[in-house]
Design a protein around this ligand. Structure first.
Ligand code: SF4
Length: 422
């Protein structure tokens, strides 16, 4: 069985390092200005160089999202960015606009081209078309079934990548005008939103109106809201479930998928650590026979923010099953407490994300689903003085013990987390 690549999202350099630490084979990131995800921090020039050098130093791969649809006045900037990428040599550029494919072949011919899911490739002829244009890989449309992917794989030899975990759209992979329409009408903007242009899903800036809860009003009774409720949680007829294909890895490999992509460049460090470690373990189990404990994986999938899970359209048709969630509520059980910056002897330096005190109920998480319940915490401030609490955003030195009293010896990029009161 050919072992697939596990491809992780990375919204910033911390998430990139975390994803690689917890077992990703490759990461995908956005460049400032040229990525679809407008709300991620994205990487400026210096960070881009650091990200590529760091990833390559680990012998892993990095792909750059370049999946906007551009307009004529952006041409010079696009060409300049392509020249820059040609020098930096990432392992691929994720492109949807045919114009950028053309320019990429001229100005960055040494960088492989991956066709974005935004291009909605749904058949072998489209795959062959893109191959003839110089593409090396297709990120398949999320609406395809496993059988359709198998047919594409049988009739073309281009690499196929598929989203296996994360959020779905009710529209065709982000090709949706709902957010643009709503925000143009003045709806859905946060109070701190200073932008004036429409919030377009096609520019990665969706306000997600499909997840909102809707009510009915009668025109002459503006103060009266008529609830249209599916159940006690409200109405959510457009809100898709998340995909989770962790129990179907062999099916995906058999259908010809060579790269398993996790959605979510806006997701947290906690999310990335738990989901990537879970898929790493399951892929190694399926391909190499390494043992797993399915109960640990089940818990990991559920300690981070997500909607109801489904298998997307891999086994069902979008024509008959829209995979709508049965609740609007996000489910999550844990929050990130800290990230290890380094260790010395039996102590670790930790960046604190949520206040840690000596009586916090912590779990220590290292790669390989190595999760240890912390039994005792010794905390020291930046001056090395013992303390009973270190606040959010500060740094702490910690000595941690497991419940048997053994010191926990960790390494940089491991994380600490705690039960959350949501
Ligand atoms: S409104 Fe919903 S379906 Fe449309 S692009 Fe945004 S998340 Fe996707």
């Amino acid at each position: 069985m050919t072992k697939p690549e596990l491809l992780a999202p990375a919204g910033d350099i911390d998430k990139l390092k975390t994803a690689l630490h917890f077992g990703a084979d490759a990461v995908y990131i956005g460049m400032k200005d040229f990525s679809l995800r407008a709300n991620t921090k994205n990487f400026d020039d210096a960070q881009l160089c650091e990200a590529i050098a760091y990833t390559h130093s680990l012998g892993k791969k990095i792909y750059i999202a370049f999946n906007i649809y551009f307009t004529p006045e952006q041409t010079d900037d696009i060409v300049a960015a392509l020249h820059h990428l040609a020098q930096l040599c990432p392992d691929g550029m994720i492109i949807s606009d045919p114009g950028i494919i053309l320019l990429a072949r001229q100005h960055a011919p040494n960088v492989p081209i991956h066709i974005s899911t935004q291009a909605n490739t749904t058949n072998q002829y489209a795959a062959d078309f893109y191959k003839a244009q110089g593409a090396d890989r297709i990120v398949l449309a999320r609406e395809l079934s496993l059988e359709q992917i198998r047919q594409i794989h049988l009739h073309t030899d281009i690499e196929l990548e598929a989203f296996v975990h994360g959020a779905m759209c009710i529209s065709y992979s982000g090709r949706c005008l709902l957010s643009t329409y709503m925000t143009t009408a003045g709806l859905g903007r946060r109070t701190d939103d200073t932008k004036t242009e429409p919030r377009s899903a096609n520019k990665g800036d969706c306000v997600q109106p499909c997840r909102w809860e809707y009510i009915l009003k009668e025109k002459s009774r503006p103060d009266q809201n008529y609830e249209v409720s599916e159940d006690e949680h409200g109405t959510y007829f457009m809100s898709s479930r998340d995909i989770c294909m962790i129990d179907h890895i062999a099916d995906l490999i058999d259908a010809g998928v060579c790269s398993f992509k996790v959605e979510g460049r806006m997701k947290s460090l906690l999310y990335i650590s738990a989901i990537i470690a879970s898929y790493r373990s399951m892929i190694d189990h399926i391909c190499d026979g390494t043992p797993i404990d399915r109960r640990i994986i089940e818990r990991e999938l559920n300690v981070v923010s997500h909607r109801d899970f489904s298998t997307g359209f891999f086994y069902q048709s979008p024509m008959t099953d829209a995979n709508i969630t049965s609740t609007m509520q996000y489910k999550r059980e844990m929050r990130l407490s800290g990230k290890v910056l380094g260790s010395s002897g039996d102590k670790m330096t930790v960046k604190v994300y949520n206040t840690i005190s000596t009586d916090s109920d912590l779990e220590y998480v290292a790669p390989g689903l190595n999760i240890v319940k912390v039994g005792r915490i010794e905390l020291f401030d930046r001056n090395g003085t013992p303390t009973d609490k270190i606040h959010h955003c500060d740094e702490a030195t910690v000595r941690l013990y497991d419940t048997d009293g053994n010191v926990i010896i960790g390494q940089s990029m491991d994380i600490l987390r705690m039960e959350a009161d949501f």
